[in-house]
Design a protein around this ligand. Structure first.
Ligand code: NDP
Ligand code: MG
Length: 380
């Protein structure tokens, strides 16, 4: 029986790559549901190719248009992200929704006890407490898709949890890793949107250059695998061949290496624990030579320092870190603030955030909105 998947965020970078994995393994993977926000032209093509039973879409108008073109499909406006994960026809939910909205399908899937192939990192950063609760109460599971988390997941299989000394995340360092502070302040949106290695959505591309992506991943790794801030390190590794490593107490380090291609991590999350042939060329030791690793410069890239601060607090500050960064990236892309202001917006938002316990989804949504308001109001 093929595994039945729902691809949420099907028109994005992760979603289209998940569909290319499904296209390659039609005998193994059946796409039963799709969801996107507004790109109905691409969704329409995806419906024709994959013939899903259900499609979630962001608005009533988009739903009407899609329904008129595809009468055989059940189109679900607005609430598709929360309804689709719980459908009995769905075995695995590929969560490639961008930003804070990725939280809702994750929680809906876990509440239904489903397996989630999770690319969306914002959801773990903002709601790790609720995610843990749902995992233990409802018996679902998360298989990470983010390449560093997929690498850690694979490396952790080499030993016992109690024998792990630390997780070592790698970061490409982005295109501006050697820029001075002055050069960084002159980075334009056009420069930030050109990533040398990965072809990703706009927000995560900017986050890769500012190292906010790595900041989010530091927290994501800690909470996905149960490690604290002192047990997660980051190294800049410009070649993006070593996707992350685990150091054990005896001094042994286990790493996962592969050519950089998200389809590998997506496929592994869908077929886990099995490994099947992929479209990615195997790479021998020659491709793995000349690997470099550097400590990140947290003075030029405050994203890392702020991430550890948010990680240590673990309640309101991660929500502030994520939301303020999302707003700041939008403001930067609109030409409203400088590239280096992104970190200032996040730092200022973290300073002014309310503090306290957050153990409900409503509380998280409230704090997310509060952080967005502070980030929108920030002035240079
Ligand atoms: P993209 O911007 O390329 O795609 C986002 C997708 O989410 C689109 O399909 C978009 O639909 C959909 N979407 C956004 N909001 C909603 C909504 N409210 N309802 C339904 N669908 C919605 O992002 P990426 O694919 O780059 O990233 C997705 C997630 O994966 C992010 O959390 C990112 O951090 C993570 N990730 C991405 C990696 C990558 O290589 N791209 C690597 C590791 C993690 P529409 O097109 O219609 O707007
Ligand atoms: Mg990553």
């Amino acid at each position: 029986m093929p595994v039945r998947i729902a691809v949420l965020g099907s028109t994005g970078s992760i979603g289209t790559q998940a569909l290319s994995v499904a296209r390659l393994h039609k005998d193994r993977i059946c796409v039963v549901a799709l969801a996107a926000n507004s790109n109905i032209e691409l969704v329409s093509k995806q419906i024709e190719e994959f013939r899903p039973q259900y499609v979630g879409i962001g608005s009533d108008e988009a739903a009407q248009e899609l329904a008129s073109r595809h009468r055989e499909v059940r189109i679900i406006p607005k609430v598709g992200l929360s309804l689709i994960p719980a459908l009995p026809e769905v075995d695995i939910i590929v969560n490639g929704v961008s930003g804070f909205n990725g939280l809702f399908p994750l929680l809906a899937a876990l509440k239904a006890g489903k397996t989630v192939a999770l690319a969306n990192k914002e959801s773990i950063v903002c709601a790790h407490g609720i995610v843990d609760k749902y995992l233990s109460e409802y018996g679902g599971r998360i298989i990470p898709v983010d390449s560093e988390q997929s690498a850690l997941f694979q490396c952790l299989a080499a030993g016992r949890r109690e024998d792990v000394k630390r997780l070592i995340l790698t970061a490409s360092g982005g295109m501006f890793r050697n820029f001075s502070k002055e050069q960084l302040s002159a980075v334009t949106p056009e420069m930030a949107l050109r990533h040398p290695t990965w072809n990703m959505g706009r927000k995560i591309t900017v986050d890769s250059s500012s190292l906010f992506n790595k900041g989010l991943e530091i927290m994501e790794a800690g909470w996905l695998f149960g490690f604290g801030p002192d047990e997660v390190s980051v190294f800049i590794h410009p070649q993006s061949i070593v996707h992350s490593m685990v150091e054990f107490v005896d001094g042994s380090v286990v790493a996962q290496l592969a050519k950089p291609d998200m389809r590998l991590a997506i496929q592994y999350a869908i077929t886990y624990p099995e490994r099947i042939p992929s479209s990615i060329e195997g790479a021998g030791p020659a491709a793995f030579s000349g690997l470099e690793f550097f400590e990140p410069d947290t003075d030029r890239f405050p994203a890392i320092r702020l991430a550890y601060e948010a990680f240590r607090e673990g309640k309101c500050l991660p929500i502030a870190y994520n939301a303020a960064n999302e707003v700041a990236v939008e403001r930067f892309l609109k030409g409203d603030i400088a590239f280096t202001d992104i970190a200032s917006v996040v730092e200022n938002t973290m300073e002014h955030m309310p503090r306290g316990r957050v153990d409900t989804v409503e509380g998280i949504i409230f704090l997310d909105e509060e952080a967005r308001r502070l980030a929108r109001e920030w002035k240079a």
